[in-house]
Design a protein around this ligand. Structure first.
Ligand SMILES: Nc1ncnc2c1ncn2[C@@H]1O[C@H](COP(=O)(O)OP(=O)(O)O)[C@@H](O)[C@H]1O
Ligand SMILES: [Mg+2]
Length: 391
């Protein structure tokens, strides 16, 4: 058991909406949180004890703020971090969540894929890599069409496209290249999986207690970004057990403690591992209304070594994202009161200082007696809220 005394001083790397809910959970148990992001007034900064604005890909900046604040724990909320620096911090006795090595494995798509497929022998979509257009054409033809092309270093569907035939490959390369962040220009090409449903299995790995799971969450993505999620996912017990066994294998290989959002494609015959986040997952925001402990509270308990005696799903529930439709320098919201007229509906607005088209600004949450009704209620509530210019 890692002895983590309360209150803990937690440095949160990434201060988005998921970080914000994590800070709220941490504050409720009296902890101190330093929220870090590359821009000021990010959602989690609005509820943290203090904040730092730095590039988290810059090791010197990370060093400077770690020396200044001397955290007990570093909790990453995003992938784009100078992970070698996290390894140094870990060697110096700071606990990195889930571990520094795990953040390194999950920073790029290729490393976690190699771990899952090559080391652990798990079924994934067929895949290959390319570092230039010629390689991409060759590998695409080997894998076949349609296929999915993604920068190895990207998230939220950035730079990702589905390619139907050879003539679309060049455009996919250019798009991936434009959408890639960081210093690598490598893409992964994946077989397109024609799944019945995709799910996130929230998996909680504990320092000194067995790994436990939330009921699986179904979700729907557009443009590589989640639009709605629901719980329970509505897959069979056999499929749940298969997903749990795979999630346990991968998270055991990564080590440490915390919640993981393990993503799967589910077809009639197979449960196929896709990717995972070593932290709360965006589709898991549905747990803000569905469970006795939401994914942020579960993450907090797991990282602090606090017990989780029970995870209970209260009702069928759903979440639907509230997106901006335009670029806005300042934001305000209309329709919130109308959305909240409905019982068992709740709204979270993240407090982002500005907007771009499709930027996620909030989420609508709903409960109902079945998933279909919960999804309809969440979608309706989300559609009532409009993100507008505050002038
Ligand atoms: N091989 C694939 N076959 C079918 N759909 C895919 C495949 N890869 C990705 N997708 C779709 O794109 C979404 C985003 O891809 P993902 O690999 O999860 O990237 P991100 O890190 O951006 O979430 C997935 O949730 C799924 O809907
Ligand atoms: Mg994903």
């Amino acid at each position: 058991m890692k002895a983590i005394n309360l209150p803990a001083k937690i440095m949160l790397l990434g201060a988005g909406e998921l970080g914000k809910e994590f800070v709220i959970a941490a504050q409720r148990l009296g902890n101190c949180v330093i929220a870090v992001d590359r821009y000021d007034n990010a959602p989690a900064m609005q509820v943290a004890d203090c904040c730092e604005v730095i590039s988290m890909l810059n090791g010197d900046d990370l060093e400077r703020i770690a020396s200044k604040h001397q955290p007990d724990l570093i909790v990453p909320e995003l992938e784009a971090i100078r992970t070698e620096k996290l390894e140094e911090f870990e060697q110096r006795g700071i606990t990195v969540i889930p571990t520094a090595a795990a953040t390194n494995y999950t920073m790029n798509r290729d490393r976690i894929r190699e771990l899952a497929h090559t080391q652990l022998g798990l079924r994934t979509a067929k895949y290959g890599y390319a570092q230039n257009l010629d390689e991409l054409i060759t590998i695409s033809e080997e894998i076949g069409f349609p296929n999915v092309i993604k920068p190895v270093m990207s998230s939220s569907g950035k730079g990702q496209s589905i390619v139907k035939n050879k003539s679309g490959v060049e455009q996919a390369w250019n798009y991936a290249f434009a959408g890639s962040r960081g210093d690598t220009h490598k893409v992964i090409i994946e077989e397109f999986i024609d799944f019945d449903i995709e799910i996130t299995l929230l998996t909680i790995k504990q320092w000194n207690a067995p790994t436990i799971f939330c009921p699986p969450i179904g979700h729907r993505q557009e443009r590589g970004d989640y639009q709605e999620s629901w719980q329970p996912a509505g897959i069979t017990n056999e499929q749940i057990l298969q997903a749990q066994a795979i999630a346990k294998k991968v998270t055991d290989a990564l080590g440490g403690a915390g919640i993981f959002g393990v993503e799967f494609f589910v077809t009639q015959y197979e449960v196929i591992f896709s990717e995972l986040s070593p932290r709360p997952h965006d589709t898991g925001m549905v747990t803000l209304i569905s469970q006795n402990l939401n994914e942020f509270e579960l993450h907090l308990r797991a990282v602090l070594g606090l017990p989780i005696p029970k995870i209970e799903l209260f009702d069928c529930a759903a979440s639907a994202v509230i997106l901006a439709s335009d670029k806005l320098d300042t934001v305000a919201y209309t329709g919130v009161a109308e959305a909240l007229l409905e019982p068992d509906v709740d709204i979270r607005l993240f407090g982002k200082p500005n907007a771009n088209a499709y930027r996620r600004m909030g989420v609508a949450l709903a409960k109902a007696e079945d998933v279909t009704k919960a999804r309809a209620k969440a979608a309706q509530a989300a559609s009532k809220v409009n993100v507008v210019n505050s002038h």
